[in-house]
Design a protein around this ligand. Structure first.
Ligand SMILES: [Zn+2]
Length: 255
């Protein structure tokens, strides 16, 4: 399995990081992308990736940190051979005090950084209750910037948004969000999508699947996401694992 979005460098794992990583491997997780959320954090993510051959990294600035993008300091991180993506970057309108204009400006800078370095984007997108649709805004920006390589992570949009994401050339990735009882809409989107455009992720330590709800998430639990997807698609677990792993290896250029 390929868990395409983890934050194993977070302090949540300070007491047992090594065990969690080894357990992932034991439970069949052969590839991991450890994702940074700002400059300092991306440095930590890369450091972790450098210690394990099966961990790669994505470096970027989450929209919660969009007002301190410090993009000129990302050069060395981006050029490291363990860096396989730019992210997470995007737009977040859910209780985010940072102005939309600031978020958009930072998002555009990192899209250009990704394009200049021929790296895919890992996009974080979350709408608020009534202040606009972050997915549609992100898609419009990607269209304008002619960016067509990457993934919308932890997808929570509807079918129409999903269709546009595919048209833009992007993949869609699901977390434990696919397993929640109230996630019927998300499962409908997954059922509509072709399997060759779907990636798996945990987004750990967040979003533990229903079977582990309320606990700290970890990469070993990505199999619950794969199981949910197999049920939705009415194919075997092995088939889901095989195809989503190939998808991720192709997108991120991981051998
Ligand atoms: Zn994340």
């Amino acid at each position: 399995m390929f868990d395409t979005h983890v934050h194993l460098h977070f302090s949540n794992y300070d007491s047992d990081r090594e065990e969690v990583i080894l357990r992932s491997k034991e439970k069949g997780v052969d590839y991991l992308i450890d994702v940074g959320i700002n400059l300092e954090d991306s440095r930590e993510a890369l450091k972790l990736a450098q210690r394990y051959s099966f961990i790669h990294t994505a470096v970027g600035v989450h929209p919660h940190y969009a007002n301190e993008d410090r993009i000129e300091e990302f050069g060395g991180l981006v050029r490291d051979k363990k860096t396989v993506a730019i992210g997470e970057v995007g737009l977040d309108y859910f209780k985010n005090p940072i102005a939309k204009e600031t978020q958009e400006r930072t998002f555009r800078k990192f899209i250009r950084l990704a394009k200049d370095n021929h790296l895919p984007l890992i996009i974080h997108s979350r709408s608020g209750r009534d202040n606009g649709n972050a997915y549609l805004d992100a898609l419009e920006i990607l269209e304008q910037e002619e960016a067509s390589q990457g993934v919308f992570h932890c997808f929570g949009g509807d079918k129409e948004v999903a269709r546009r994401v595919l048209n833009q050339g992007f993949f869609i990735s699901f977390t434990g969000n696919l397993t929640f009882p109230n996630a019927q809409k998300t499962r409908e989107v997954a059922s509509f999508l072709p399997l060759n455009k779907i990636l798996l992720e945990t987004d750990c330590p967040f979003l533990a699947p229903q079977q582990k709800r309320g606990r700290r998430n970890e990469p070993a639990y990505v199999r619950y996401v794969a199981e949910a997807l197999a049920e939705i698609k009415n194919v075997s677990f092995e088939e889901v694992v095989r195809i989503t792993t190939e998808n991720a290896k192709g997108l991120f250029g991981v051998k």
